[in-house]
Design a protein around this ligand. Structure first.
Ligand SMILES: *Cc1c(COP(=O)(O)O)cnc(C)c1O
Length: 468
């Protein structure tokens, strides 16, 4: 009997998987992974998959990276965890010093959480609480962009706008102010990204002019709206937003959980706009994709509004059990070492160029509306009708057909709806990029045929290797 099959059955008997309609697994496999190495994941039957999505956008230097492994092994023999209230440890101090040094000047304080959504909660609570502490309790609303995503906990969902994740829960959510996104996908023909993003700022300006007195903060995913379909916009929007937030006395929260650590071509996306947000949320690639950890960086101005005698009750009494976990911090330190020692940001330019070259032909595909790219993120949007960019009905699950084809060819390409994208670990080679582009092209051809069958692909059926 295939070992994959065995693990799959045991899994399906007891697990409830994230972001999954479990009934899909009656016909789609759950792929049990035995080991990873570099960009490759290997299942229990020895089949390999190239991890084109960095295992949900977290991995940057490959699976089982020897340098990160060693750092964690060294740390685990020293200290696995300690309470971070009243106590401290070497990895968390060193990591904080380095994050302060790496991020734009003025972000001088680091507060830790243990996942991205919690980090967003920290930023939202801190912003609201700051205004409370300075005597502005009426500033308690948040401004968000349409099609944004900031995580799955209730407040994080409230500032998000991807209907698939939030619609069901909308009666639970905070009341936010939603502004049309500067996303350039629907820009008028002939208009460049910069012009379009600049023009879209008028909506934000109007909302802030009208509501600033009751607004605590604006929260954005800088440059790339990830879960919303890898939609992209120009840095000029962030510059205009920074100016407006200063003018109106509103905080700016940058959620760089997905885009931080080189995804947009610079270490942090905010560098491309030359600005400093009031809160910078980091997670995902922070630990190289090894362990859950998140950091919310903020300014001394924010910090000082909480710094007072205990009985003023101004302290930020927020905590998570695994705040600043030493193993996770050690993984993060090893990750930052690699960025520095290998000059990764510079080296990535050649890879980004290769991604563009390898997929350029897809722009002419009759069912591809756009191939777009920002740094190390490249997205290909499939549409039913190219001239009008009208989307495929979501029920047809065209992206799933690409996913299935990818698996059969040994590539983990997990689309977002009809958007196929590459967000690979930076240890990918030019030849592996070409392979991904080839698999994606084939998958898109298959998925955009008139009557796509998302039913059983024999290669993938759980019982395929063991029909009895
Ligand atoms: C993934 C993500 C989050 C949530 O992080 P989790 O660790 O999954 O909770 C928040 N914001 C953005 C932009 C993300 O991509």
């Amino acid at each position: 009997m295939s070992q994959n099959h065995d693990w799959m059955q045991r899994d399906l008997a007891v697990l409830w998987h994230p972001c999954t309609q479990m009934k899909d697994h009656e016909r789609l496999p759950v792929i049990p992974i035995r080991r990873g190495e570099g960009v490759w994941l290997e299942d229990f039957d020895g089949k390999r998959y190239l991890d084109a999505v960095s295992s949900w956008w977290v991995n940057v230097f490959g699976h089982a990276n020897p340098r990160i492994n060693q750092r964690i092994k060294d740390q685990v023999d020293q200290l696995e965890h300690v309470i971070l209230a009243g106590f401290s440890h070497q990895p968390v101090v060193e990591l904080s010093e380095r994050l302060v040094r790496l991020t734009p000047a003025g972000l001088d304080r680091v507060f830790y959480a243990d996942n991205g959504s919690s980090c967003i909660e920290v930023a939202l609570k801190m912003s609201y609480h700051y205004w409370l502490n300075v005597g502005r309790p009426e500033k308690k609303r948040f401004v968000t962009l349409s099609n944004s995503y900031h995580g799955e906990t209730v407040a994080a969902m409230s500032v998000g706008d991807v209907a698939l994740f939030t619609e069901t829960y909308k009666s639970l959510l905070l009341d936010t102010l939603k502004v049309p996104s500067p996303d350039c996908y629907f820009r008028p023909e002939g208009m460049c990204w910069e012009e379009h993003s600049r023009a879209m700022f008028a909506h934000m300006e109007r909302t802030l002019a009208e509501h600033h007195h009751e607004v605590a903060a604006v929260i954005v995913e800088p440059l790339i709206q990830g879960a919303g379909g890898m939609r992209m916009y120009h840095p000029v929007y962030l510059k205009l937003l920074r100016e407006a937030c200063d003018r109106y006395g509103v905080h700016l929260i940058h959620d760089e959980i997905a885009v931080g650590f080189g995804r947009t071509g610079t270490m942090f996306a905010c560098e491309q706009a030359g600005i400093r947000p009031d809160f910078l949320c980091l997670s995902k690639a922070l630990t190289g994709g090894y362990l859950p950890l998140a950091a919310c960086l903020t300014t001394d101005t924010i910090y000082q509004a909480f710094y007072a005698e205990y009985d003023t009750l101004r302290a930020f009494l927020h905590s998570h059990s695994y705040t600043g976990n030493p193993l996770a911090c050690a993984a993060a330190l090893a990750t930052l070492d690699i960025f520095e020692e290998d000059k990764v940001i510079e080296a990535n330019r050649a890879l980004a160029l290769r991604m563009a070259e390898a997929t350029a032909h897809l722009a002419d595909h009759p069912h591809v509306a756009e191939v777009r790219q920002t740094g190390m993120a490249l997205a290909i949007e499939m549409v039913q009708d190219k001239p009008s960019k009208s989307a495929y009905p979501w029920q047809e699950r065209r992206g799933l057909a690409v996913y299935q084809h990818g698996l059969s060819r040994g590539a983990l390409l997990r689309p977002l709806g009809s958007v196929v994208y590459f967000l690979p670990p930076y240890v990918i080679t030019p030849e592996q990029i070409d392979f991904l582009a080839e698999v994606a092209s084939e998958g898109i051809d298959l998925a955009t045929r008139k009557h796509v069958s998302v039913a059983v692909n024999r290669d993938l059926h759980p019982n395929h290797r063991d029909p009895g």
